[in-house]
Design a protein around this ligand. Structure first.
Ligand code: NDP
Length: 487
C-alpha cells in the first residue's frame, strides 16, 4: 500500500523536495502511519524565502483594508470547513473530536477575524514641532517565521499568522513534524481566499528545519511555541541576526481552591485544567492547592467524577472526551513521571497506568491520574509533564499559598476559586503569571493577550498588543524651514 504524501506548501502550491527525505506521521489513537511528509531540503528552503520576499512585496503594498477583506474571506472559508479541518486535527493529535470541532479551528479562526478587523485601525501619530513636524508610520517587519508545537497545530498556525499577515508581513511556518497537516490546510485556505502566493508558506521537517528559520538573515522575527529548552535554543540562534522573538513556552501553573469556593466548580476547573486534551495543554493547572478545610470534600468529588465521567476511545467518536498521548515516546515520558511520583512518595488516588480503550486498542493512552500526599519539592510538582497528571496539595493560609504558588521558575498561568471578591483580586495580583483565571479555567479568546511571565515566555499572542509586535515604527521628521548649518 502506498502511503499518502504531504509536500511543503510554497508559493501557493505543493512543492516536491529533491532529497527524497520523508518523515512518517502516526495517528496516536491507532499507532498507524497515516501519511508521510517530505522534509524541506535546500531547493524547498530557497523557494520558501524567494516566494516570501515576492509575497511580502505585494501584500505589504496593499492597504490594511484590502488585506482585512481577504483575511475575512479566509475566516468564512475556515468556518465552512470546520469539521473537515477538525477531523484532520484529530487524526494528527489523537485529541477528541468533541473538542476539535468546537475549539481548535474555532479559536484559530477567531484570531484571524480579530486581527483582520484590527488591521485598518492601526494609525501612526503626528506632532507639530513649531513649524517642523514629525509623523510615524507603522510598517510591517518583513518575513516572519512561525514555529509550532504539536498540541494545537492549526490553532497555533492561526494565532501566529493572524497578526503577522494582518500587519502586512509574510510568514514561513514550520509545524511540528508530528502534526503538520493543519498548517498546510490553512495555507490552502489563505490561497483560496486571495492571499497572494508566498505570503504564507509552510516548510516541513523536524527541529533542524526550525533551526534554519531561526538563523536565516532574511527573517526578521520568530514566533515560537514549544518547550522552554527549545525556546532557549531558538533565542540563541535568533540572536545571531538580532531577530525579534515571541516565545510561548511551558508552564507548571497553580490553581488555588479557597475554603469558600464552590467545590463542584473547583473540581470542574481542576479537571478541565488537567484532563482536557488529555493533559497536553501548556496552561494546565498541574498544581492544585486546596485549602485543608475543604480537601476531603474536594477529593471525593474529584475522584468520583474522574472515575465516572471520562470516556476514552476512538477520538473521532463524538461521545469520547479523552484522547491519546501524541506519541509512544511521549506516553513513556508521562509514565516515567508517574513512576517518579510514586518513587518520591506521592500517592496515586486514581489512574497511573497506560490503557487500551475499546475502539482505540493500539493508541498511546495514559489514564487520568491524580496524585495526593504531594510536596512542593517532588519532581511531579516541579516539572511540566504535559500529560493527564494532577498533583493535589493542601494549604492553610493565603500568604503561604501565594508564596508556594509562585515558587517556580515558570509563570504561564494561574487561577483561583473563591466567592470573596476582594480576596480574588488581592491574590491574583500577587501571582506571577501572564494568564490568570478567577472562578474558571482555560478560556482564551482572541481579544485577550496571552503569554508567560518568567521562563514561560516573551511577548504576547492575541489581544490588541500582539499586532504591534508585528510592526515597526518609522519616524519621519519634516523640515519646513531653511536648514541651519555651521558648515
Ligand atoms: P518542542 O519545543 O519540542 O517543539 C516545538 C517546535 O519547535 C516544533 O515544531 C519542533 O520541531 C521545533 N524545534 C525543535 N528544535 C528546534 C530548534 N533547535 N530550533 C527551532 N525549532 C525547533 O515542543 P513540543 O512540540 O514538544 O510542544 C510541547 C511544549 O510546548 C510544552 O512545553 C508546552 O508547554 C509548550 N506549549 C506552549 C504553549 C504556549 O502558548 N505557551 C502552547 C502549546 C504548547 P519538531 O517537533 O518537528 O522536532
Amino acid at each position: 500500500m502506498t502511503i499518502p504524501r504531504l509536500q511543503n506548501f510554497i508559493n501557493g502550491q505543493s512543492l516536491a523536495n529533491e532529497s527524497g527525505e520523508t518523515i512518517e506521521v502516526i495517528n496516536p489513537a491507532t499507532g498507524e502511519v497515516i501519511y508521510e511528509i517530505e522534509v524541506a531540503d535546500e531547493k524547498v528552503k530557497s523557494a520558501a524565502i524567494e516566494s516570501a520576499q515576492a509575497g511580502f512585496k505585494q501584500w505589504s503594498a496593499m492597504t490594511a483594508m484590502e488585506r482585512s477583506r481577504i483575511l475575512l474571506k479566509a475566516v468564512a472559508l475556515l468556518r465552512e470547513k470546520n469539521d473537515e479541518l477538525a477531523s484532520y486535527e484529530v487524526l494528527d493529535t489523537g485529541k477528541p473530536m468533541q473538542e476539535a470541532n468546537c475549539v481548535d479551528v474555532v479559536t484559530g479562526t477567531d484570531a484571524i477575524e480579530f486581527f483582520a478587523n484590527l488591521a485598518p485601525t492601526q494609525v501612526g501619530q503626528q506632532q507639530d514641532l513649531g513649524g517642523d513636524f514629525y509623523y510615524t508610520r507603522k510598517e510591517p517587519l518583513g518575513i516572519c517565521a512561525g514555529i509550532g508545537a504539536w498540541n494545537y497545530p492549526i490553532q497555533i498556525a492561526c494565532w501566529k499568522s493572524a497578526p503577522a499577515l494582518a500587519a502586512g508581513n509574510a510568514m514561513i511556518f514550520k509545524p511540528s513534524e508530528e502534526t503538520p497537516r493543519g498548517a498546510v490546510e490553512l495555507a490552502k485556505v489563505f490561497i483560496e481566499a486571495g492571499v497572494p502566493a508566498g505570503v504564507f508558506n509552510v516548510v516541513l521537517g523536524a527541529g533542524d528545519v526550525g533551526q534554519w528559520l531561526t538563523h536565516h538573515e532574511l527573517i526578521e522575527k520568530v514566533s515560537f511555541t514549544g518547550e522552554v529548552g527549545t525556546g532557549r535554543k531558538v533565542m540563541e540562534s535568533a540572536a545571531s541576526t538580532l531577530k525579534d522573538v515571541t516565545m510561548e513556552l511551558g508552564g507548571k501553573s497553580p490553581l488555588i481552591v479557597f475554603e469558600d469556593a464552590d467545590i463542584s466548580q473547583s473540581v470542574s476547573a481542576a479537571m478541565l485544567g488537567n484532563f482536557y486534551t488529555q493533559g497536553e495543554v501548556c496552561t494546565n493547572c498541574t498544581r492544585v492547592f486546596v485549602h485543608e478545610s475543604v480537601y476531603e470534600q474536594f477529593i471525593s468529588e474529584l475522584v468520583e467524577r474522574t472515575k465516572n465521567n471520562i470516556k476514552a476511545g476512538d477520538p473521532q467518536d463524538l461521545s469520547v472526551n479523552f484522547g491519546a498521548m501524541i506519541s509512544q515516546k511521549h506516553q513513556q515520558l508521562v509514565m516515567d513521571y508517574i513512576a517518579k511520583g510514586k518513587e518520591e512518595g506521592a500517592t496515586v488516588l486514581t489512574g497511573g497506568n497506560t490503557f487500551s480503550p475499546a475502539g482505540a486498542e493500539n493508541g498511546y493512552f495514559v489514564e487520568p491520574t491524580i496524585f495526593t500526599d504531594c510536596t512542593d519539592d517532588m519532581t511531579i510538582v516541579k516539572e511540566e509533564i504535559f500529560g493527564p497528571v494532577m498533583s493535589v496539595l493542601t494549604f492553610k493560609d493565603e500568604e503561604e499559598v501565594i508564596r508556594r504558588a509562585n515558587d517556580t521558575p515558570l509563570g504561564l498561568a494561574a487561577g483561583l476559586m473563591t466567592q470573596n471578591i476582594t480576596r480574588a483580586h488581592r491574590v491574583i495580583h500577587q501571582l506571577e503569571a501572564g494568564i490568570c483565571w478567577i472562578n474558571t479555567w482555560g478560556a482564551s479568546p482572541a481579544e485577550m493577550p496571552v503569554g508567560g511571565y518568567k521562563l514561560s515566555g516573551i511577548g504576547r499572542e492575541n489581544g490588541i498588543e500582539a499586532l504591534n509586535q508585528y510592526t515597526q515604527t518609522k519616524s519621519v521628521y519634516m523640515g519646513m524651514v531653511e536648514l541651519e548649518s555651521p558648515f
